[in-house]
Design a protein around this ligand. Structure first.
Ligand code: ATP
Length: 325
């Protein structure tokens, strides 16, 4: 596979009244051709800074970036025509129709106007293209934004939160659109907070926390490498489930009680569970890894899982660590 996008060692610091803030702290990312790649991270982790740096809108302090094999920002003018991006919600004139809006944008970008009906068709706005934009729903405006980024037939499409504010139907339509674009050979880089959606849409992901990459790879690889830390524990019938859970909790296990079993969330060494319980003549009838979804992995890796009784502060990453090592 060829990398359409490569970032290595990217650093960006902002200087403010309260000192220096590291928005990107040696960040790396690789996006292969023809993939839908999810870019995930908690608020303030550096996603927008990365995307804006890539597009030449922010100057990094350090690092290397290449789009379609060309170093940027030095060679940005050569590849700019091959990249479509929506990094901030574009504002459209409400009194213009989608057709007029795209025709004007085509003229401004020296794109043949014949492309306009094609992108309207692609984003599913053909039948409403002559109506004024102010009569559009949020989802339709998002489609118009995507259409504007598609005018120049980009090889790489970068979308920051394209599903933001959409209802489930709108999200599903956006998902189909992304998959269709990838099927046509385009590479799509997608930042989103809707993790279930990313899991369904994306071939691969990069997870960023506090300006650094904390996970990357195909969705299945990322999930597989984080499935083992939560285990489901079932005991023989009639055994005091609550008492057993308390015993493990006292030893540092993170317990979640269910009706007829419990889970241990930080079980990096499940054998420790069997041993501790067996020492008290409590025998386990089932000990199985709970497969994580992308949301679990995200919460664990970015240290943003809620902690009882504690409010997480912005920019704060919780310390991680397993129990029973
Ligand atoms: N112009 C700026 N001046 C100072 N600090 C900034 C500036 N822009 C961003 N930051 C800081 O850099 C860090 C990364 O911000 P960034 O906007 O890249 O995060 P993000 O991952 O896009 O967050 P969100 O999901 O909330 O949009 C944050 O701590 C933010 O406050």
């Amino acid at each position: 596979m060829t990398a359409v996008l490569e970032i290595s060692g990217l650093r960006k610091t902002y200087r403010g009244r309260k000192g220096v803030r590291k928005a990107l702290d040696g960040f790396d990312m690789v996006v292969e051709a023809g993939q839908v790649h999810g870019f995930l991270g908690p608020n303030g982790s550096g996603k927008t800074t990365t995307l804006r740096t890539l597009l030449g809108l922010i100057r990094p302090n350090e690092g290397r970036m290449a789009i379609l094999g060309r170093e940027v920002p030095q060679h940005l003018p050569e590849v700019a025509g091959l990249v479509g991006a929506i990094v901030e919600s574009p504002q459209f004139f409400g009194n213009f129709s989608a057709e007029t809006t795209l025709s004007l944008l085509a003229d401004a970008g020296r794109v043949n106007r014949l492309r306009v009906p094609a992108v309207l068709e692609l984003v599913g706005l053909r039948d409403r293209s002559k109506e004024r934009v102010k009569t559009y729903s949020l989802g339709m405006k998002q489609r118009l934004a995507v259409a504007s980024a598609l005018l120049k037939e980009p090889q790489l499409l970068i979308l920051d939160e394209p599903a933001n504010g959409l209802d489930p139907g709108g999200i599903r339509e956006m998902r189909t659109l992304m998959r269709d674009l990838a099927a046509s050979g385009m590479t799509v880089l997608l930042s989103s907070h809707i993790l279930g959606e990313i899991q369904l849409i994306c071939d691969s992901v990069t997870i960023i926390a506090a300006g650094r990459r904390v996970a990357a790879g195909s969705v299945s690889e990322v999930l597989a490498s984080h499935t083992s830390s939560t285990v489901k524990v079932r005991l023989e019938p009639g055994v005091d489930l609550l008492g057993a859970a308390e015993l493990l909790r006292a030893a540092g296990a993170q317990i979640t009680m269910e009706k007829d079993h419990f889970t241990v969330g930080n079980a990096s060494n499940p054998a420790q569970i069997t041993k501790l319980l067996a020492d008290r003549q409590i025998y386990v009838s089932e000990l199985t890894p709970v497969s994580a979804d992308l949301e679990d992995v995200f919460l664990e890796l970015t240290g943003t899982a809620p902690v009882d009784g504690a409010n997480r502060q912005v920019d704060q990453v919780a310390t991680q660590g397993g129990w029973g090592q």
